[in-house]
Design a protein. Structure first.
Length: 94
């Protein structure tokens, strides 16, 4: 499983992570927590990569909607939020 992703810092502590030309995810790193927006299709170990970028900060994960290129990597994260109005398929709830 790939653990290095192409990425770039698009603003201070805001990263665009490219999932090998399949999908883009966005990471916002704060002082106390980080926020990952979308999880790609799950081609690599996104969770480990994000942990390295954040220095291990607590992480919140949100999907913009339920298409596979946005939620395919959801199994790597214990909790994912999906806005109900944007969900196109049913995700398991905890």
């Amino acid at each position: 499983m790939k653990s290095e992703y192409p990425y770039r810092e698009i603003a201070p502590k805001v990263y665009m992570i490219n999932e090998f030309n399949v999908a883009d995810c966005y990471l916002l790193v704060g002082t106390e927590r980080a926020l990952l927006i979308d999880m790609g299709v799950g081609l690599g170990n996104l969770r480990a990569f994000v942990q390295r970028l954040t220095g291990g900060l607590p992480l919140d994960v949100v999907a913009t909607h339920g298409h596979v290129d946005h939620i395919g990597g959801r199994g790597q994260f214990p909790r994912v939020s999906v806005p109900v109005s944007y969900t196109h398929l049913t995700l398991p709830t905890t």
